[in-house]
Write a protein that binds this ligand. Structure first.
Ligand SMILES: Cc1cc2nc3c(=O)[nH]c(=O)nc-3n(C[C@H](O)[C@H](O)[C@H](O)COP(=O)(O)OP(=O)(O)OC[C@H]3O[C@@H](n4cnc5c(N)ncnc54)[C@H](O)[C@@H]3O)c2cc1C
Length: 406
C-alpha cells in the first residue's frame, strides 16, 4: 500500500441532513462498519409531505439498508396495500388535461415503489445514530490536510475525516463550500402549489378508483400542469381518512402569481380550472373552502465543480443537484449518490484509494449526474408547452436516468 493511501486518523464521516440521501448513506456506512455521525437540524418533523416514485434506484436503496428495514419498505408507502409489481405495471400515467384521455402510460416492468417522505424518514431512521436539533452553520479545517469540523447552531461541534452535505436544496454545506452567490438556487418562473386534501368517503373511493396509483399527471393546452397523488391511507377500509395531494404549476402571469399572497391560493387555482377534465376538474371543485395551501416556489440548483478541500467535504442528493419533480428523478439520484459515496468510503477503508482520490472520483460522478437538473427544467417547461409536449424528455427517456447513470 502506498503511503498516500494511509490517513493517520481513523475514518469518521459526518453526515449533515437526515433526508433520503443522509439516511441511505448512514445505513451504508453502518453496514460496512465505517464510523459516522448523522445529524439534522429538525427538532420536530416538518409539516411538508409528499410522495416519490423510486424506480431505477430502488435496488440500490435495498442494497444499502439492513434486511430488517428492506422488509419495512412497504410501510413507507402512501398505500401499504400497493405492490411494487402492480405500481410498476401501472407506472406513470400522463393524460391530456383538457380531455382526461391517456396520452401515454409508461410502465416499469422491474417495479416501482411509491414512498411517502415522512413515513420513509421515520421508518428508515431506525437503528441509526441520529441526532436532531443540530443545525450546521459552518465548517473549519485542520491545518494538516486531514480533519474537518462541523459547527452547529447550538454551539457544539463534530470533527471527522469528511463532511457530506446531505442537507437538501438550500444546503448550508453548499454555501460553506461555494459561497452564498454560487450556492444560491434559481427560482423558476412558475406558480406552484402542493397541498394535501381529503374527501367524503364516496368521492375518495371514486378518486382512488379512477386515479393512477403512482403518478397521474397532465399538461393542459392552456399551459398548465396538474398531478393527483395519494399521500396516505391511514385506514384502508375508511376512505374518508385517505389523504391525497395536488401538484399544480403554471407560468407566472400577474402580480398575484408573483406575490402569491396568503388566502388567495384556492381562489386563484379555481380561476385556472376552466377547460380541465376529470379527475382534476371535480377534485378542485370538491376541495373544502378552507383547504390549507402553503406558499411554495420551484427552486433548482445546477452543480458547479467545488474544491473538496483535500477530500474533506462533499455534497449529495438535493444539496448537490436540486431539480423540479417533473421527471421524478431527484430521489432516485439521491440514492445513487448515497450508493456511490458509500462505495468510495469502503475504498478508503480498505486502502484502495486515499480519501482525496475517493472524493475526487465521487465528486466527478455527482456533478455529471447533475445534468438531470437541466433535463428536469426542460421537462417542467414542456409540461407548460402542450404543442411540443410529445418531444419532451419523458417521452424520449421515460423515467430512466439520463446517460447511463443507473
Ligand atoms: C412534490 C415533490 C415530488 C417529488 N417526486 C419525486 C419522484 O417521484 N421521484 C424522485 O426520485 N424524486 C422526487 N422528488 C424529489 C425528492 O423528494 C428529493 O430529491 C429527495 O427527497 C432529496 O433528498 P435529500 O436527502 O437530498 O434532501 P432532503 O430530503 O431535503 O433532506 C435534507 C435534510 O437536511 C436537513 N437540513 C437542512 N439544512 C440543514 C442544516 N443546516 N443542518 C442540518 N440539517 C439540515 C433537513 O432538515 C432535511 O431533513 C420530489 C420532490 C417533491 C418536492
Amino acid at each position: 500500500m502506498g503511503t498516500t493511501l494511509v490517513e493517520s486518523k481513523p475514518l469518521h464521516v459526518v453526515v449533515v441532513g437526515a433526508g433520503l440521501a443522509g439516511i441511505a448513506i448512514a445505513h451504508g456506512l453502518r453496514k460496512h462498519g465505517i464510523s459516522y455521525r448523522l445529524v439534522d437540524r429538525e427538532t420536530t418533523p416538518r409539516d411538508r409531505n409528499w410522495g416519490i416514485t423510486l424506480s431505477w434506484a430502488l435496488p440500490l436503496l435495498e442494497s444499502l439498508l439492513p434486511p430488517a428495514l428492506v422488509a419495512q419498505l412497504q410501510a413507507c408507502q402512501p398505500d401499504t396495500s400497493l405492490s411494487v409489481a402492480s405500481a410498476g405495471e401501472q407506472g406513470v400515467l400522463i393524460r391530456d388535461g383538457g380531455t382526461g384521455a391517456i396520452k401515454i402510460r409508461m410502465s416499469y416492468p422491474g417495479g416501482v415503489r411509491r414512498m411517502q417522505i415522512q413515513k420513509t424518514k421515520r421508518v428508515l431512521s431506525a437503528g441509526l445514530h441520529l441526532e436532531y436539533g443540530k443545525k450546521l452553520v459552518s465548517l473549519s479545517y485542520d491545518d494538516s490536510p486531514e480533519g474537518v469540523t462541523a459547527h452547529f447552531a447550538d454551539g457544539t461541534t463534530e470533527t471527522g475525516s469528511v463532511v457530506v452535505g446531505a442537507d437538501g436544496g438550500a444546503s448550508q454545506v453548499r454555501r460553506c463550500l461555494l459561497g452564498e452567490e454560487a450556492a444560491a438556487q434559481e427560482v423558476l418562473p412558475y406558480a406552484f402549489m402542493n397541498f394535501p386534501f381529503s374527501l367524503p368517503a364516496e368521492k375518495a373511493r371514486w378518486l382512488d378508483g379512477v386515479m393512477n396509483p403512482s403518478v397521474d399527471v397532465a399538461p393542459h393546452p392552456k399551459a398548465m400542469y396538474m398531478g393527483l397523488f395519494l399521500l396516505d391511507k391511514p385506514d384502508l377500509d375508511r376512505p374518508e381518512t385517505w389523504v391525497f395531494y395536488v401538484l399544480v404549476t403554471w407560468p407566472i402571469a400577474d402580480e398575484d402569481d408573483e406575490v402569491n399572497p396568503d388566502g388567495t391560493r384556492l381562489h386563484r387555482l379555481r380561476a385556472h380550472m376552466d377547460g380541465w377534465a376529470d379527475p382534476y376538474k371535480s377534485v378542485v371543485e370538491w376541495l373544502a373552502d378552507d383547504v390549507a395551501i402553503g406558499k411554495d416556489q420551484l427552486r433548482i440548483w445546477h452543480p458547479k465543480e467545488w474544491d473538496n478541500r483535500c477530500g474533506r467535504v462533499t455534497l449529495t442528493g438535493d444539496a448537490a443537484h436540486s431539480m423540479t419533480f417533473h421527471r421524478g428523478q431527484g430521489g432516485n439520484l439521491a440514492i445513487k449518490d448515497a450508493d456511490e459515496f458509500v462505495k468510495r468510503m469502503v475504498d478508503v477503508k480498505e486502502g484502495r484509494l486515499s480519501l482525496k482520490a475517493a472524493m475526487d472520483e465521487y465528486d466527478r460522478g455527482v456533478v455529471a449526474r447533475g445534468e438531470e437538473v437541466e433535463i428536469s427544467k426542460q421537462q417542467a417547461a414542456a409540461f407548460h408547452d402542450y404543442e411540443n409536449f410529445d418531444n419532451s424528455p419523458v417521452f424520449k427517456m421515460g423515467i430512466k436516468p439520463a446517460g447511463s447513470r443507473s
